[in-house]
Design a binder for this molecule. Structure first.
Ligand code: ADP
Ligand code: MG
Ligand code: MG
Ligand code: MG
Ligand code: MG
Length: 445
């Protein structure tokens, strides 16, 4: 064992942890758990824990199903919401290894992100990323099933007593802080029952781990209160959906290389090329950052969600925004399309690879658009050269199938399994007969 691992084995013992939950995510971003008694910690670090990968979404074919989990000691955290009577549990986030080759498994989303991070490092950069995840909290019915009845009637920045959810939000924040999150802001969102909690940016791998953890903490804390928290992007039609704006910057030796004090927008040429790469690959990125049928119900004009491929330093209708930065360390770009149903590892991997592609090719960013793009007609959009994001999951997958840079970012295995799963998902949706259709046509014809 490494010194760090040895020390952690002792900590696990001292903190009276009973169970270790070894976590990893499937291609669709669902967190999977393998629980082991804490007494197995030493063995888990020394040898890894073997499991059958054939039952995990998109992982492997049956005949090559032996996988090994390799816990990352840096990710150790005691789970704050477990009852102490039933024993305390801690989690460890794992890398997935292929037992046959001893190499990282190419279908592990965390490995896909690590490959992107390695490429950035070779170019001299570290990606910092800060997400703004939004979610809804709903009541449950008498059978314990989630409803779409919101449990409060607050609006954006409303204060108590209207904001009955502030209590739940406070509990969530305490739990996050116990798991070493630095929560920067939290507020009620525009829609009833909708919330946002922002935590401090970190390197890409830590942030992806944090997003996965964040979703578990929010769901578990709501559950404890007999409520259902959901990261479904658009649970209710005609009101704002839930996004996960993602702030991005590249650092080199602790210096923010996106910052240039002499530039009109305080953005360096590196930042502008990165931005241009993100815009260039935006359609394919959308498949990964907006991976559900429902994601596209959010990406419609009028609800503060982006629809058009453009950037702006002033308005929030563009795909990429340049937020005002008071200090050089805060110079960054904000990608506004991602939603919290995405796989955070794959999402950050494709954002990073798209930006690096822009830098490598020396792409130049177009001029920012300072008007409200929602109000442009098609002719004006054409005049400005503004493309539209894919309008459904089928179009997004088609865009991915045309973008070799993003395919390469994912790797053959993940790309193939992702396209397969999403093509099937979209096909099922298209073939379904919805309530809207019945309401509209059943009696009319
Ligand atoms: P908004 O104005 O869009 O609501 P917020 O202020 O809520 O933005 O979110 C800011 C996010 O950006 C936070 O997660 C913060 O940690 C992150 N952030 C700040 N500086 C950087 C940076 N240099 N690189 C990446 N993320 C950053
Ligand atoms: Mg915010
Ligand atoms: Mg928000
Ligand atoms: Mg860290
Ligand atoms: Mg934002």
């Amino acid at each position: 064992l490494s010194a760090e691992e040895q020390e952690l084995v002792e900590t696990i013992d001292e903190e009276d942890v009973d169970f270790l939950r070894l976590q990893f995510t499937d291609i669709l971003g669902t967190v999977k758990n393998v629980s082991i008694p804490a007494s197995q910690a030493e063995k888990a670090f020394a040898e890894g824990i073997y499991f059958d990968g054939s039952s995990i979404e998109g992982f492997v074919r049956i005949q090559e199903s032996d996988m090994r989990l390799k816990p990352d000691p840096e990710s150790f955290a005691v789970l704050p919401w477990r009852d102490t009577e039933s024993g305390s549990a801690a989690r460890l986030i794992c890398d997935v290894m292929n037992t046959a080759t001893g190499e990282p498994f190419v279908g592990d989303p965390r490995y896909v992100l690590k490959r992107a991070i390695d490429r950035a490092e070779e170019m001299g950069y570290t990606l910092n990323a800060g997400p703004e995840p939004e979610f809804f909290v709903f009541e449950k019915d008498e059978h314990g099933r989630a409803t779409t009845t919101t449990h409060d009637v607050g609006g954006y920045f409303d204060l108590a007593p209207k904001d009955l959810a502030s209590d739940l939000r406070r509990q969530i924040i305490y739990n996050l802080e116990e798991m070493a999150f630095e929560v920067e802001a939290s507020h009620h969102e525009v829609a009833e029952g909708q919330h946002e909690i922002d935590f401090k940016y970190d390197d890409a791998l830590t942030t992806a781990d944090n997003i996965a953890t964040f979703r578990s903490v929010v769901r578990a804390t709501a559950e404890k209160n007999d409520l259902h928290a959901t990261f479904m992007p658009k649970p209710i039609a005609h009101i704002n959906g839930s996004g996960m704006h993602t702030h991005l910057s590249l650092f080199d030796n602790g210096e923010n290389v996106f910052h240039d004090a002499d530039d009109e927008f305080n953005l360096s040429d590196t930042a502008k090329s990165f931005l241009a790469g993100v815009l260039e690959h935006a359609p394919a990125i959308t498949a990964i950052c907006n991976p559900t049928v429902n994601s596209y119900k959010r990406l419609v004009p009028g609800y503060e969600a982006p629809v058009y491929v453009a950037w702006s330093d002033v308005n929030r209708s563009a795909l990429v925004r340049k937020p005002a930065a008071r200090v050089p360390a805060a110079s960054r770009i904000e990608l506004r399309s991602p939603d919290p149903s995405c796989n955070p590892y794959l999402a950050l991997a494709v954002m990073l690879q798209a930006g690096l592609d822009g830098i490598e090719k020396g792409l130049e960013a177009p001029d920012p658009v300072r008007e409200n793009i929602y109000e442009f007609d098609e002719a004006k959009r054409e005049e400005y050269g503004i493309d539209t994001l894919p309008s459904n999951l089928g179009e997004a997958v088609a865009a991915l199938e045309e973008d070799e840079v993003i395919q390469e970012a994912l790797g053959d295995h993940v790309c193939e399994k992702f396209v397969q799963a999403k093509t099937q998902e979209f096909g099922e949706y298209v073939a379904d007969v919805s309530q809207w259709e019945l309401d509209r046509y059943l009696e009319a014809f």
